[in-house]
Design a protein around this ligand. Structure first.
Ligand code: ZN
Ligand code: ZN
Length: 121
């Protein structure tokens, strides 16, 4: 019967406190894990939104493609530096035109292939 009383004492004092602490820690951990999951879900949603958004039709010169004419020349007004200091930092600007030619790089292979087909017809 001695051991029975020991068990009762342990549960009645420190043992109970320890058990309550364990439960509290477990609940806290679960809460933190839930927050982590929510954060992960948010990141995933943002990534999905970014993937589904159509890319901005912006040229390599940082101007919108609508500012370019059919020949690809950019008509956006830009500030052209006319004077520099000794650190090559522009001091004065003059209003000018962006001299972008809208080079879009080599054609993707799929387009070359399609043109090849239309040539034969
Ligand atoms: Zn451009
Ligand atoms: Zn431009």
């Amino acid at each position: 019967m001695d051991s029975f009383w020991w068990v009762l004492i342990v549960f009645g004092t420190g043992g109970f406190g320890w058990a309550a602490d364990t439960v509290r820690t477990a609940l806290k951990n679960r809460h933190e894990r839930k927050l982590e999951l929510m954060e992960a879900a948010k990141q995933e949603r943002l990534a999905l939104e970014a993937a589904h958004r159509t890319p901005e039709p912006v040229c390599g010169c940082t101007h919108h493609l609508a500012k370019h004419d059919k020949q690809g020349r950019c008509h956006e007004r830009v500030e052209v530096p006319t004077a520099w200091d000794e650190n090559k930092k522009p001091l004065r600007f003059e209003a000018g035109q962006c001299n972008c030619q809208q080079y879009v790089g080599p054609q993707p292979l799929s387009q070359v292939y399609a043109e090849d087909l239309t040539d034969r017809i």
